[in-house]
Design a protein around this ligand. Structure first.
Ligand code: ADE
Length: 225
């Protein structure tokens, strides 16, 4: 799968997408991430990509021309399944959306900008608008990194143990059961005996019970779904 991210702050994406599972998936050829600096697509000699809003207001607005030029350049090279825009007023991102996006071939993510972008971009060039939560960030770069991370880790072969993506919290609308490692006792705090019992079926049953209990207590909305 290929993800093209368009931003005025490419350096904000370098480190979150340049390490760990995402980097490994790219190194293995499972995914390609291309970050495009919007300023490379302007015809303005000062590389300016924003301007004052019509009607007057504070702050600058990203112009349609460089965005259209960038998206058109990409679309001339391959077909894209989605052109996503990250914004606090988009559809709230969740695991179900990550799952379905991980099956796409090519997507573009246009990062939002603190003041906004010319609304015609949203009307004519964007196919899906996504928010990562009901709070406002300074820009959409971190949202783009989060969406990309959550998609890439689901690609077959991206994680060492394929099972682990399937047992994630949210995959079945249940939070994960508690997990522990050695030592079995620390400061008098003991790991639940059942996990040391070696009895696989009982351990599975315990994990399921714990997942249900934690979901009921912490995220009852998931069970209502
Ligand atoms: N840009 C600013 N805030 C955002 C949010 N909550 N989600 C996605 N993009 C954003």
């Amino acid at each position: 799968m290929r993800i093209d991210i368009i931003t005025v702050l490419p350096e904000m994406l370098e480190s979150p997408l340049g390490c760990s599972i995402v980097k490994r998936a790219c190194d293995k050829g499972l995914a390609e991430i291309h970050v495009h600096n919007l300023r490379d697509y302007t015809t303005n000699k000062h590389r300016k990509v924003d301007d004052y809003p019509f009607g007057g207001d504070a702050g600058m607005v990203i112009q349609i021309e460089p965005v259209d030029r960038c998206i058109s350049t990409l679309k001339a090279q391959r077909k894209y399944d989605e052109v996503i825009f990250t914004a606090p007023d988009g559809e709230i991102f969740n695991q179900r959306m990550a799952n379905s996006m991980s099956m796409l071939e090519n997507i573009i993510i246009l990062c939002g900008h603190y003041k906004g972008i010319d609304y015609r971009i949203r009307e004519h060039l964007i196919t899906r608008e996504i928010s990562i939560g009901d709070y406002v960030l300074t820009g959409g770069e971190m949202a783009a990194a989060i969406i990309t991370d959550s998609i890439i880790r689901l690609l077959p072969g991206a994680m060492g143990d394929e099972q682990s993506a399937l047992t994630d919290s949210f995959q079945d609308n249940l939070l994960e059961a508690p997990i522990y490692t050695r030592p079995a006792e620390y400061n008098g705090w003991r790991v639940p005996d059942i996990l040391l019992s070696g009895h696989e079926a009982r351990i599975d049953a315990w994990r399921h019970e714990q997942a249900l209990e934690r979901t009921r207590r912490l995220r009852p909305d998931l069970l209502a779904d």
